[in-house]
Ligand binder design. Sequence first.
Ligand code: PLP
Length: 377
Amino acid sequence: HAEKRVWNFSPGPAAIHRDVLSKVQEELLDFEGSGMSAMELSPLFPAYDTMWKQADKDLRELLVIPDDYAVLWMQGGATMQFSAVVFNLLGDGSKTADYFGTGNWSERAIQEARRLGANVNAAIDTRETGYSTLPPKSEWKLTPASECAYLHYCLNETVSGVEWFEIPDVDPSVPLVCDASSTILSRPIDVARHAVIYAGCQKNFGPTGSVVVIIRKDLIGARPFKYPFPSMLDYKIMADYNSMWNTPATFPIYVGALVFKWLKEQGGLTEIEKIHIQKATRLYGVIDALSSVFYSPVQRSCRSRMNVVFRILGKDGKPDPDLEAGFLKDAVEFGLQQLKGHRTVGGVRASIYNGMPIEGVEALASYMEDFAATIKA
Ligand code: PLP
């Protein structure tokens, strides 16, 4: 059948750039002259091994990862890292684990830490604002550094669409742990300010199935947990076995490798960031210009560049679920897919990660302008 591609605004698994998918298609049956598909190869098969090593090199180059950091590829998604962080960094449990509760994902991380017995201090809790703000440092309720095991935060909250554009300024002796799942590789990040950065691949660098963990080497195995925990979650075992304690998720690693190569070809993260600013500015521009129809609940200074969340207002100036349903239904006819907001917040969410080109954003912006003109008429 004829190829049909639409603009895919899914929050994840998310759009993968068509150049990357075309490359996957091109070598699907014969990877590097092996006569086998990349997903049929042992990770130790020479062509795969070379590709994976290059992927790690490219990732290090893109994110400027210092040599004293290890890169691990794990499974279980970012969700499994909510547990792994506790097992690997909490230690004997005598110290408090600080968390910034800024949205659904950091709340999940908090829930998991509590479930595993950590003494959690929510140093930020913006639930009452509908997770639409990031409060200034003067409002953080931090545990004193000497009593704090680590501080966990989520760099971009995928559901409500709030993003930190500055790394939280905290005592450098407190290990800073970052869930970067929905913004990694969209802009440079100062890795050296962090103890751990983890990110699932299915938003900015490939299909579901793998998660990258970037960890300062001196923390690996340095804080024994009070009881044994699964080997699969142990950073020390994963590091000692080069992420091959069990069979790694070879296909997402392979697609990740292609995305890293593609990102380098685009000029690296400084160039990629410019494109993201352009895309986000275009959509927020429409929302602000047509403010009688569209409304962004997120405080301006932390509006996410990755997940543009907005409501559609009825004549009474309140979010109108019927209008939103109509907007989403007709969008599909214009080839604009998976725009529905998360069920906990409703409305519309346009996720515009690395796989979404400016043309897709332009198509959505024009559709929004036309929609506003129709309902105003
Ligand atoms: N953290 C963030 C910021 C996310 O957006 C997501 C998924 O959407 C997760 C964690 C959970 O990832 P996974 O489903 O890979 O476990």
